[in-house]
Design a protein around this ligand. Structure first.
Ligand SMILES: [Zn+2]
Length: 401
């Protein structure tokens, strides 16, 4: 009995090594260069907007279930070209009193909080102090944080176990659309197994195996945004901590999570190195939805633009123009140096409005609604030619009567 177990173990081991070796080759693509090759130089930007990449919903040592100091997180963020992190630990803003906020290693570190509510989970950001979740209703908490000048964002909206159960109060400014930890929880057992097995061989491909379009959360966002502006954003929900029978490896590490995806904020003002004014620039762009988010692991999406123009005014993502006036919308992809295929899909109030292949698109509309863009591309898979899935998600531009 024992030798046969030993032999079948060896066979399985050999198969696994052969498999991972095969995918290592396939994946050196994803390791050294990303599937979509964008040029370093940004296309000339007529809007003269400043663009910064960053993450919202990151955990640190200030959470009981996460690891990583502000200093370590800032160094990792710098390695991956991120300009800011909004660190939101569970039920405390102790990092503010500890003087952790500010510029460190070339990265702007901001402190918010993740708060468990009876309806689900929220982030409160741009706040000074935290009232414990047990002593206030969500409405009271929102009123207090609005008084402090801050705002609230719903997270885990589409999580299979912890989805947001309440209404989206009009005082809630935004919704986390893509949460990488939720993507992992919610994907099929086969996808999880695949990702786990191939992670050592090809980290990028393993992470992409788990990725899927968050259809239900997008539908919820579209419903809300058809009535009032609602910000959509990406959250890595990074903890760098798992518990396996008392063993707590620092996994998945920041160096694996940070390159996956990010928010790209757009601002008419640059970051200058002054903490107070830079904090204002970042939070204003987030609160107004002047941002898009993208799977940057597929290719650097910096330079993507979605804008709208009327005779004497214009708008970027998150902004509103009057309806019933001829509006020219334009979408421009970053400068791409290979022959990757893209599909640009426009949704109006969640209904597909236009779908075209290409790298730029212009269309006209007058009807009121929330117009947003998804840019689809071929996502590599372990087998076959890959599958079409969104690379970039814009925030809407609104036409209102
Ligand atoms: Zn979290």
């Amino acid at each position: 009995m024992f030798p046969s177990v030993w032999i079948s173990g060896r066979v399985l081991g050999a198969l696994y090594v052969a498999y991972t070796a095969a995918f290592y080759l396939r994946v050196s693509t994803a390791k050294s260069k990303r599937p979509i090759v964008t040029s370093k130089g940004q296309p000339p930007d007529q809007d003269a907007l400043f663009e910064y990449r960053g993450l919202i919903h990151v955990h640190s040592d200030y959470s009981h279930d996460a690891r990583g100091s502000y200093d370590e997180l800032s160094r990792a963020a710098h390695r991956h070209g991120l300009a800011f992190l909004v660190i939101t630990d569970h039920n405390n803003v102790d990092a503010i009193a500890a003087g952790e906020q500010g510029w460190r290693n070339g990265v702007l570190l901001l402190t918010g909080v993740e708060s468990g509510r009876c309806e689900g989970y929220m982030l409160f950001v741009d706040i000074e102090s935290y009232i414990h979740e047990s002593i206030s209703s969500t409405r009271e908490a929102l009123q207090e944080y609005l008084r402090q000048g801050g705002f609230g964002l719903v997270i885990h909206a589409g999580n299979c176990r912890r989805a947001w159960k309440g209404e989206l109060d009009s005082a809630i400014d935004g919704l986390e659309i893509l949460d990488y930890a939720d993507q992992l929880y919610d994907c099929s057992v086969l996808a999880k197994l695949n990702a786990f097995l191939f992670y050592p061989a090809n980290r990028a491909l393993a992470c992409l195996r788990v990725y899927h379009r968050p259809a239900e959360t997008l539908a919820r966002w579209d419903r809300e945004a058809s009535a009032r502006p609602v910000v959509g954003f990406y959250g890595p929900n990074m903890h760098q901590n798992v518990r396996i029978l008392g063993w707590e490896p620092k996994f998945p590490p920041a160096d694996a999570v940070m390159p996956l995806a990010s928010n790209h904020i757009l601002s008419r003002e640059p970051l200058t190195g002054d903490f107070q004014s830079d904090k204002r620039v970042v939070y204003t762009a987030i609160r107004n939805g002047n941002l898009f988010f993208a799977l940057d692991i597929l290719g650097d999406s910096s330079g993507f633009r979605f804008s709208a123009r009327q005779e004497d005014s214009s708008a970027v993502m998150g902004e509103t123009l009057p309806a019933d006036v001829e509006t020219v919308f334009s979408i421009r992809l970053p400068r791409i140096e290979d022959n990757s295929q893209f599909e640009i899909v426009i949704y109006r109030n969640g209904v597909e409005f236009l779908r075209e292949r290409g790298r730029e698109l212009t269309f006209r509309a007058t009807q009121a609604g929330a117009y947003r863009v998804e840019v689809l591309t071929r996502v590599p898979t372990f087998f076959g030619r890959g599958r079409m899935a969104p690379w970039i998600y814009s925030n809407p531009i609104y036409l209102r009567p």
